[in-house]
Structure formats: C-alpha cells, structure tokens
Design a binder for this molecule. Structure first.
Ligand code: ATP
Ligand code: MG
Length: 396
C-alpha cells in the first residue's frame, strides 16, 4: 500500500493537488482513498461533491473522507480527559479553566490521523492520499510517542504498580481520585496507536510532498518544513510548484509576475536539488470536480509515475566503518551551529532551533560511544566507535 501526504502553507493548493493525485491513482486502477484531517474540510469543495465523515465514493475506485476530528478526539482522549478533570476539580481549579487545561493544541488533528491506521489495517486500499493541515506541525506532533517511549516503557508500568498499592490509603487520605486501570489502559492504547501511525507515515511506502506557490515567503516556509519533516523521520519525495503564471501572450502585469515567479522557481530548483519539482499552471478557473482535478494532475506529473515509490536513502540510515558506525540524519539547510546533540542512554536527542527529536538508537548503535558529529551535504553525521557508552554525554 502506498501512502502520500500533501502539506504546505495555507491556500497553496494542497487539497487540489492531493485530490488530483488521488483521481489519477483511481483512474490507473488502484483502490484509492483520499482523506483530510483538517477541520476546514475543502476536499468536498475540490470534488464538488457532498462528502461525509465515512469514505464516500466520488468516482470508480475513488473514495473521499473528511475525518470527524472531534469524534475521534472524544473516542481516544475523553477518558483520560475525564480523569484529569476530576483531579483538577479536587484541586479546586475552576471547571471552565480545567476544561481548557486538558485541551492540547493540535491534538484533534493528530487523533484524526488514527483513522489512517484503521484504513491501513483494513486491506481495502492500494493508495491512501492524505490532505494535511497547513503546516507540518501535525506530523511533528506524531513523533510524540517516540519521545514518550522511555516514560511509557519504564515509568508508567511502575507508576501503575505504585498507584495500585497506594490507592486504598490515598483515596481516603487526600480525597484525590487515583487513576484506575482503565486510565492507564487508555493512555497505553493511545500511545501504541499513535506510534503505529508514525511508523506507517515514516515507513518505506510513505512519502510527503511539499506544495508551494512560487513566492519568496512560501518558499521560506517550504524549506523549514523540509528540515523539520526530515528531522522527524518523514521522507519528502517531491515538490509541487503550483499556480505558475503562463508566459505566453502576457500583458505587462502578468509579465511582471512571470519574471518574479521565474526568479523564485530557480531558487526552488536550487533548494530542492535532487527532488523532482512538478509544475502546475495557474488555470483560468478553479479546478473543481474529478475531471478537472485529474487533468491538472496529468499536466503536473507530466508523464512521470505519481505513485513511484521513492528510491535511495531515506532521512535516516546507518553505515558501518572499520571501528564503529556513522548515523546519517538528513537535515537540509541546517548548519552545524544550529544543531544540538546529546546522548541519553539509548536515545539521541537532536535539536534544530526550536525543534527537538528524541531518537531511539538502533540496537547496534546503542552499544557504541559517540565520538563526534558534523553536518555535511545536508546531513547530520554522528560517528560512533567501539567503546562502552557512557550513560549521558553532551556532544558539542
Ligand atoms: N493550479 C491552479 N489554478 C487555478 N486555481 C487553483 C490552482 N490550484 C488551486 N487552485 C484554487 O486555489 C484555491 C485554494 O486551493 P486549495 O483549497 O487546494 O488550497 P489548500 O492549500 O488546500 O488550502 P488550505 O490551506 O485552506 O487547505 C482553490 O479555490 C483552488 O480551486
Ligand atoms: Mg486544503
């Protein structure tokens, strides 16, 4: 099964391009589902069809779903939230403020992605296309289970035992309700499911496409997304430059735009060297409906296979050396000064400006000691050599 994600700044054409790509996949004979997790559902508008929160057929083999984020939120988070609310109530926090405290920004969207897991398990689809929210923020949040891994594996089971033992005493003494088994179960289940979704989306058959319009500000954001997506383990396999003004018979106004866009497009080429850059013209009207979307996508991919599985190195790989190994983490546009690195047991903590990833080291590396790091050719390269690791080390 192939999973394609489309992300990019607001209004650049993510939904249009995602829908068009899905239309091509279905026309090529694949059972295709395109879904959006964004609360502002525009897939229905792109297809010019009524679409519900369950997969709705819009053409042969082509299904569209606008996930009800609120519903998924209630199913996965409600029990945990109810518990937090009772604790805050006992602590004397005003109920309205308490309600607000238990809402995590962006959580709804992330939980909507749980839908993807169900579809991937169902064996009903050959291709799943995801129309993501305006920034890569959601995908970053998906790396959360990995960051919580240590806590979930070692601390939570211990807490569970302690709470069980102390429960009769504490409930009477403090009046604070202790979390029951069902709360622990709910937390563990949510953690495992989110971890699975992250695994699916960073796996070998999934890739992310950055949609942009040829404008300086939009390019800047696309470059930042490329860095943070790579940091969190997602493979970017192409860039869509959308709404390019046609140069033919241009009046002065349009000729001005053509020149400006050309300048940005050549910067796009340099920024994303090595990735395909698919181009789509600014059409004379909104591409709405399966036929118009498929036509846009046909022009966009210009004969190349829109579903091609990316080859070559992913954002993360390990190579062997004579006396150890090197971990390669793709980090485009980043300089060594912007990267922070620390070792914590079998985890590597990588920070790039405000982004931070806790990377679980593969078994082969966790036995080794970090001997240095550098940034070369858009990659962070961390050298490991044969020597017993120390529990914590700061690499500078
Ligand atoms: N190549 C194009 N030519 C003409 N119109 C386009 C083109 N691409 C997209 N549009 C139009 O631009 C508008 C925005 O496109 P779309 O909804 O796909 O963007 P989006 O990135 O999904 O937006 P949002 O961030 O709000 O989800 C729509 O009206 C769409 O029909
Ligand atoms: Mg959209």
């Amino acid at each position: 099964m192939r999973i394609l994600l489309f992300t990019g700044k607001g209004g650049v054409g993510k939904s249009t391009v995602a829908a068009g790509t899905a239309a091509l996949a279905a026309a090529a004979g694949h059972r295709t589902l395109v879904l959006s997790t964004d609360a502002a559902h525009s897939l229905a508008d792109a297809f010019g069809a009524v679409v519900g929160s369950e997969p709705t057929e819009v053409a042969e083999r082509l299904y569209v779903q606008q996930v009800d984020a609120q519903l998924r939120f209630e199913q996965s988070w409600a029990e945990i939230q109810r518990y937090l609310l009772t604790v805050l109530d006992v602590a004397g926090v005003d109920p309205v403020a308490a309600e607000e405290l238990t809402v995590i920004p962006g959580a709804e969207e992330v939980l909507a992605l749980l839908e993807l897991r169900l579809h991937a398990l169902s064996d009903e689809w050959d291709v799943i296309v995801v129309d993501c929210a305006p920034t890569a923020e959601t995908l970053r949040l998906l790396a959360l289970p990995e960051a919580l891994g240590w806590y979930m594996e070692r601390v939570l089971p211990m807490q569970r035992r302690v709470v069980k033992a102390l429960k009769p005493v504490l409930n009477r003494a403090a009046g604070v309700p202790m979390p029951g088994d069902s709360i622990f179960d709910a937390v563990e289940r949510l953690h495992a499911e989110l971890d699975e979704v992250h695994g699916l989306l960073s796996g070998p058959t999934a890739s992310v496409r950055l949609v942009m319009t040829p404008e300086t500000v939009v390019l800047a954001e696309a470059r930042r997304s490329y860095t943070s997506l790579s940091l969190f383990g997602y493979r970017v396999d192409g860039v869509v430059a959308n709404r390019i003004f046609p140069a033919d018979n241009a009046d002065d106004w349009r000729a001005g735009w053509v020149l400006a866009q050309d300048a940005v497009l050549s910067e796009v080429g340099q920024s994303f060297a090595g990735l395909p850059i698919w181009r789509s013209e600014y059409r004379s009207g909104e591409p709405v409906g399966v036929a118009a979307l498929a036509e846009l996508a046909t022009d966009l991919y210009a004969g190349s296979d829109p579903l091609a599985v990316p080859t070559g190195d992913g954002p993360f790989r390990v190579t062997r050396t004579t006396d150890g190994a090197v971990l390669h983490l793709s980090l485009p546009f980043v300089t060594r000064e912007q990267v922070g690195l620390a070792r914590n047991g079998d985890e590597l903590v990588v920070t790039v400006e405000s982004y931070r990833r806790l990377l679980t080291l593969p078994a082969g590396l966790s036995r080794l000691r970090v001997s240095g790091a550098r940034v070369e050719e858009g990659e962070l390269r961390v050298r490991f050599r044969d020597a017993a690791p120390v529990a914590q080390e700061k690499v500078t």
